[in-house]
Design a protein around this ligand. Structure first.
Ligand code: GLC
Length: 448
């Protein structure tokens, strides 16, 4: 099978991106997510990179135009023309109190997984106009570097080489079961919470596919804390009851560190400081976040000082970042290739479910508590391939293609039934589908 076989789906994917493109950036989905989202834009640019270099670059430029003065790239850059349909929007975030938001920009006050150096490298490698892509790298390098430096400066208090997230939304896997324990330990007095109204439930997505009200209360509690502290990183570090060294976030960061070093080499910059940080991150991941008993990586709750022993697809991402030792990689493979995460020849499921299917709380329809997400498959496909697990890599890739072929460009998919949930015409599903088909025709070199 090749590009031709999938041509009509590629056409649909491109049409979805076109429909969600608003002239400066691409909405993740037209109604449910009407602004610009941080890691979405990264994945979306990967899709554009194979056929529209300028658009791929523009997507990233627009996102980074919202970069804060301290280097943080916000989770959401709001589109002033699309306000009113999402919660929380600028009036709730009140990020102007920080003094860190650029003039004329409206953003949320937290960040997201830093996929962008990896994406910029991809854009460069695929560029038709090499000269322009070099200028793009030159423009982006200092911004990317400041983002990574922000993370190590403010999110790694013990200088372990592991950065923490301060809100579940920063991970991108909003209601993953990983957050249950740290969130439950936050005592919320409902009478003191600012009034708010969820908007996600009025957009046609069933309640059972979305986070609960209890979770939302805690999401809001944290945002309220940050805005009361005027988004001061030091004050938040001292007061926030949610600080998690997330394996997904750190894997994506370290993959991006390596790609930042690659970019520095291309444009003749010195990246020795990033190299040092990257090695430290690798070592700490291998040591602190490895769960030897289960054969998977876990998150660490810095606030409560304990391991979060919950097995989700995030725990395999050191394959994507190249940070698992060979021994760890073999164990990861064994666990990934088991009934817990839908083994290859099982026949009754698609891979990769976001949560251990054998767990009593596995939920095949609920958002990040069971369903398959195409961006996770995409990262795992690349990771498996780079470690030489070719058959499994192909099977994870085939499930990207099959899920889309059978059930459309959905936000997430049921690992048993395949059928799609959440929003339709989801941008990163479209973009990464385009990339996956492109990869079949023009496979990348093994980069690790
Ligand atoms: C949801 C997802 C998050 C994504 C956003 C926009 O909040 O959990 O990962 O970035 O939607 O698509």
């Amino acid at each position: 099978m090749n590009n031709t076989y999938y041509q009509s789906l590629i056409d649909t994917a491109k049409a979805i991106l076109e429909e969600n493109w608003v002239g400066t950036h691409t909405k993740p989905s037209f109604f449910l997510y009407p602004h610009q989202w941080n890691w979405d834009s990264g994945f979306i640019s990967v899709g554009y990179s194979s056929y529209m270099q300028k658009r791929a670059q523009q997507e990233i430029y627009t996102l980074f135009a919202g970069q804060w003065k301290n280097g943080m790239v916000p989770q959401i850059v709001f589109d002033p023309d699309s306000l009113g349909g999402y919660f929380p929007e600028p009036g709730f975030w009140q990020t102007e109190k920080s003094g860190l938001v650029k003039e004329g920009k409206l953003t949320s006050g937290i960040t997201m997984p830093p996929v962008h150096a990896t994406v910029c490298r991809k854009i460069f490698e695929r560029a038709k106009d090499k000269k322009e892509s070099e200028i793009f790298l030159e423009n982006m390098y200092p911004k990317l570097k400041r983002f990574h430096e922000y993370l190590y400066r403010y999110r790694d208090p013990k200088q372990e080489g592991l950065v923490y997230i301060r809100h579940p939304w920063e991970s991108g896997v909003d209601n993953s079961p990983t957050w249950d324990k740290p969130l439950k330990s936050i005592k919320v007095d409902k009478s003191k919470l600012p009034p708010y109204e969820r908007k996600d439930l009025s957009k046609g997505v069933p309640k059972e596919q979305r986070p609960t009200d209890e979770e939302y209360d805690r999401y809001v509690f944290l945002v309220d804390l940050f805005r009361r502290l005027n988004y001061d990183d030091i004050a938040i570090d001292a007061e926030s009851p949610f600080k998690v060294q997330d394996i997904l976030f750190n894997s994506i960061l370290n993959r991006a560190n390596k790609d930042l070093i690659f970019i520095a080499d291309i444009i003749g910059e010195d990246s020795s400081d990033i190299s040092k940080l990257a090695s430290k991150t690798t070592a700490s991941m291998q040591k602190k976040l490895w769960n030897r008993k289960q054969g998977i990586f876990n998150d660490y709750d810095l606030y409560n000082d304990n391991e979060i022993g919950v097995e989700t697809a995030s725990g395999f991402l050191p394959l994507y970042s190249g940070d698992a030792t060979v021994k760890q990689a073999k164990k990861l493979y064994k666990y990934l290739e088991s009934a817990s995460f839908c083994a290859m020849h099982q026949g009754n499921c698609f891979s990769v479910p976001n949560f251990n299917m054998m767990h009593e709380e596995f939920d095949q329809v609920n958002y990040w508590r069971g369903p398959i997400w195409i961006n996770m498959n995409w990262m795992l496909y690349h990771g498996l391939k780079s470690y030489g697990f070719r058959e499994k890599a192909m099977s994870v890739m085939e499930d990207i293609l099959e899920l889309v072929r059978l059930y459309g460009f959905r936000e997430y998919y049921d690992p048993y039934k395949g059928m799609g949930y959440g929003t339709n015409s989801f941008s990163w599903t479209a973009a990464l589908f385009i990339d996956t088909v492109y990869e079949m025709d023009y496979p990348e070199e093994v980069i690790m």
